[in-house]
Design a protein around this ligand. Sequence first.
Ligand SMILES: Nc1nc2c(ncn2[C@@H]2O[C@H](COP(=O)(O)OP(=O)(O)OP(=O)(O)O)[C@@H](O)[C@H]2O)c(=O)[nH]1
Ligand SMILES: [Mg+2]
Length: 299
Amino acid sequence: MALSPVLIVGAGGSGGKTLRSLRQTLLRRLRAKGWHGDIPAAWQFLEIDTVSVQSREGFPADLLPPEDYLGLVARDTQYRGLREAMQQRTPSAIHLGAFGGWLPEDTEVNIAQGAGQYRTIGRAVGLTQLSRIAEKLSRSYARMTAGGAAAELKEVARILSGKSDQVNDQPIAIVVSSVAGGSGAGIFLDVSEALKSINPDFAKTTHTFLYGPDVFTSVPQDLRDQIPANVLGSIGEIVSGVWSPGLLEQQPVCTKPRAWSPGGLPDLGLGATTLLVLRMQKEFPLLIRSKSTCQPASP
Ligand SMILES: Nc1nc2c(ncn2[C@@H]2O[C@H](COP(=O)(O)OP(=O)(O)OP(=O)(O)O)[C@@H](O)[C@H]2O)c(=O)[nH]1
Ligand SMILES: [Mg+2]
């Protein structure tokens, strides 16, 4: 099987843990085959979470290198300040349409430590940080496609299969998140949008893996009150993208990251994408084709 350059993005805690585990496993397997270097540059990992500083979260796999982590909330940032900044940047005439019905007035949650299992808080944080998300994705993409990365990948192919020509040029993106919490569920759609702004081909080569709610059944019942609402909201947004008009049309891809608008149903941001909802025992692959328009960001 041919190797491809891959940008794998973990959104929120579950996405991040998946990346940590995957990176460690890949490195072990490569080393077992005689590879002496670090993870090849053609395989980029990036965790994006609200939490200011990457933490173990009780999970045994090594943390990612610091440059592979983006914490969206600066220390000491309060939700209220972040919300006001977002509103000030948005024309007041569209406030109701853009924020009405979902953006919380305020919250007790200390957002520097996570979105507290509120998907709307996660999304609000992500929206205010879209340009940082895109910037960080672009840096990972630059490393993945830099001179030397392709030659290194050929060397990996040679070590693994004995054939250095078992390599594809086309970059692939993988987004991993759960739909159950606040951070990942709140940002994975906007992350997918941002990917397309970096390379329009990601509209066709992004794969999204989502953990369903049943992977959290070991979490005590009183700590998972918000999970049903988060899952319902996430799946609703995905399905609305599938059913939005014009799905099969060829649409231009935006060159700047912008928000996916849940109210207008215009764009799921995933292009022709395999979306896999991971459950404990079953996997449901859905082929998502979404309409992609270049309307101004809202908000
Ligand atoms: N108590 C406890 N809660 C957990 C555990 N794993 C996950 N959760 C909670 O289950 C929810 C879903 O987990 P994730 O999808 O990783 O959450 P996230 O995307 O990081 O979002 P937030 O942490 O809610 O901002 C989160 O709110 C977590 O706090 C666990 O091992 N113990
Ligand atoms: Mg978390």
